[in-house]
Design a protein around this ligand. Structure first.
Ligand SMILES: Nc1ncnc2c1ncn2[C@@H]1O[C@H](COP(=O)(O)OP(=O)(O)OP(=O)(O)O)[C@@H](O)[C@H]1O
Ligand SMILES: [Mg+2]
Length: 585
């Protein structure tokens, strides 16, 4: 229930700034219906007049009167077109653009605040399919609201109002029939159809997620000779979707055939028979009779389209809610840090009694570590000992279950991630680039950087000369995830970002592991040269890269088992005995 309310307010939020356009659309639709109503009356009068024509009338007068009627009909039709034009313009030109921009901006901002876990646990394809589902869902919802639903509700009201002016009993029969037909259809579809539509959507999203994942990993799939296995996976996912879509269509066609046609035919026959009775008794005119019959046939279509409109709306709302549930899931933590400005004078960093586990995998228990302002700390330890997890906690990709992480004695959990990232940055263990040019890939670290600043950073990361050898140097595209570059080149591009940003605290997680010794040495020198006064954490496997650190800690199983000056630690752990090496394995 509470979730439902949250969804409603989310939906309202997507419409709130645009009430003006919605009002214009609504007024245009009402004007159109008023014109339809007037038009029907004129046609009715015209029929009455022409049916009463006989040789006693002066022909010129008669022709002149018909002209007047036809002119009035033309005038009304022109005005009706104008109303329709205004309605469509407000909907597809004004509202469409502005609202879409608003929707995409809202969702994107929300995504940037989501926890890291969310992105780890969901296929990227599934996430983007959900964003798309909301984006498309809103425009489809607008279409079905304006074109089908409101349009036809107003149409049905106009028809009923018109019939009321002719005869109250005919009006009552039509009203009852309209309400019955609408209610049965809506009930039937909610009960038998909707469930398949929801399932079809969910399977479609899973299918897109799997497809996206496989395309991203296509090379691995091919070299592992698993084309067929993965094709089956894709086909299975698609089939689940198709199965539901087929059930959906079967239900829809079945209903149209059995119920709708039968009920409508019955209703048209009944009303026509009753109107003829009225006409025989001279209660209604010939114009009334013709208009009743044509109008109830029109009504049949209005009811069908109204029901389709209703279904479309329900379907779109269900889709929107479904995507909303994935993107705005309560289990997914959205940044709880509310303080917006993390002011740092002293660059110290401290883990105080930190407990942390990934689900059931305990990594830290009462973990303590203090890094002084401007200290350069090296961390070594075997694979899985918790080195990257230290990084994940500093960057609040995950939150400790107990204890605190403090920067300049301020608990980082209280600050928004955005404010945290103003002060800290890192080079991840696995470097993935954006599918854009090299210059844009470096500039992501500082959007305002000039080209010269970017070149300078690239020089410090020892990648500038290589970039100049590329066909379009800095404007060369790196391919999806940076695939067109070597691991070491990608790593240096990410390092260039660090030199461009120069935050107060920097973490390098195996940041030079893919580089040859010589390049690694140059970059390490630059790190010491340019980040002397910064607080630096260097996670590494190769001890030689940590010689210039102020201190090195040795991590094992989430605990600091040793620490000291580089020369001591290196002397101790760089021995070639198997048992010692296992610490660094
Ligand atoms: N996102 C995650 N979800 C669940 N468990 C994780 C996750 N990330 C890491 N782990 C687990 O937590 C433990 C510590 O992992 P961590 O990545 O910190 O190791 P590491 O010291 O950086 O290792 P490496 O040297 O291989 O990079 C490991 O047992 C790992 O399997
Ligand atoms: Mg790691």
């Amino acid at each position: 229930m509470e979730n439902n309310n949250k969804f409603k307010s989310f939906l309202k939020g997507l419409y709130r700034p645009f009430y003006k356009y919605i009002l214009i659309i609504f007024l245009a639709l009402i004007s159109k219906e008023i014109l339809v109503f007037m038009n029907k009356n004129i046609i009715k009068e015209l029929i009455n007049m022409t049916s009463g024509y006989n040789a006693n009338f002066a022909k010129e007068d008669f022709v002149a009167s018909v002209y007047v009627y036809v002119l009035m009909i033309c005038g009304l039709l022109a005005l009706k077109s104008l109303s329709t034009y205004i309605m469509h313009y407000a909907r597809v030109v004004s509202l469409y653009k502005k609202q879409k921009e608003h929707v995409v901006k809202n969702i994107f901002m929300h995504l940037t605040k989501m926890d890291y876990d969310f992105f780890l646990n969901n296929h990227s394809g599934k996430i983007s399919a959900s964003v798309n589902q909301i984006d498309q869902g809103i425009s489809s919802l607008n279409d079905s609201l304006a074109k089908s639903f409101i349009n036809h509700i107003l149409g049905i009201i106009t028809i009923n109002a018109f019939l009321y002016t002719i005869n109250v009993n005919v009006f009552l029969i039509t009203l009852m029939a309209s309400l019955t037909l609408i209610t049965i259809r809506v009930w039937y579809f909610k009960k038998y159809w909707m469930i398949h539509d929801i399932r079809a959507q969910q399977h479609d999203r899973d299918y897109r997620g799997i497809l996206n994942d496989i395309i991203t990993n296509m090379i691995s799939v091919k070299v592992n000779n698993s084309n067929n296995d993965y094709m089956n996976l894709v086909i299975d996912a698609k089939n689940k979707n198709l199965k539901e879509v087929t059930k959906e269509y079967k239900t829809e066609i079945g209903y149209g055939f059995y119920f709708e046609s039968m009920l409508n035919i019955l209703f048209i026959a009944l009303t026509s028979w009753y109107s003829l009775e009225l006409f025989s008794k001279n209660i209604i005119s010939v114009g009334d009779l013709i208009l009743i019959i044509t109008t109830i046939v029109e009504l049949k279509y209005s009811i069908i389209y109204l029901a389709f409109g209703y279904l479309d709306i329900t379907r779109n709302i269900v889709r929107l809610e479904d995507a909303y549930k994935l993107l705005y899931n309560d289990k997914v933590q959205v940044d709880k840090g509310i303080k917006e400005k993390l002011e740092i004078k002293n660059n110290s960093l401290e883990f105080r009694d930190v407990d942390f586990a990934y689900d059931n995998n305990k990594v830290f228990k009462k973990f303590n570590l203090r890094i002084g302002s401007g200290e350069n700390l090296g961390i070594i330890g075997k694979s899985g000992s918790g080195k990257t997890t230290i990084n994940n906690l500093i960057f609040r990709f995950y939150e400790p279950s107990k204890g605190e992480i403090l920067i300049d004695n301020k608990n980082i959990a209280e600050y928004s991630r955005d404010s945290l990232y103003e002060n800290i940055t890192y080079v991840p263990q696995e470097t993935i680039l954006l599918h854009t040019s090299i210059i844009e890939n470096i500039r992501i670290a500082k959007r305002t950087a000039t080209d010269e600043e970017v070149f300078e950073a690239a020089k410090k990361a020892s990648i500038h000369d290589f970039i100049l050898t590329l066909p379009e140097d800095y404007n060369t595209y790196v391919g999806e995830r940076g695939i067109k570059l070597s691991g070491g080149q990608r790593q240096r591009i990410v390092l260039a970002r660090i030199f461009l940003r120069e935050t107060k605290i920097i973490v390098f997680d195996e940041a030079t592991s893919a580089l040859d010794n010589n390049t690694e040495f140059i970059i390490q020198e630059n790190i010491h040269k340019y980040f002397k006064d910064k607080t630096v954490i260097c996670i590494a496997h190769r001890l030689s890269t940590l010689v210039d650190m102020d201190r090195i800690i040795v991590l094992d199983n989430g605990q600091i088992i040793d620490e000291g000056k580089p020369k001591d630690i290196i002397a101790k752990y760089d021995k070639t005995t198997r048992s010692e090496l296992s610490i660094l394995a």
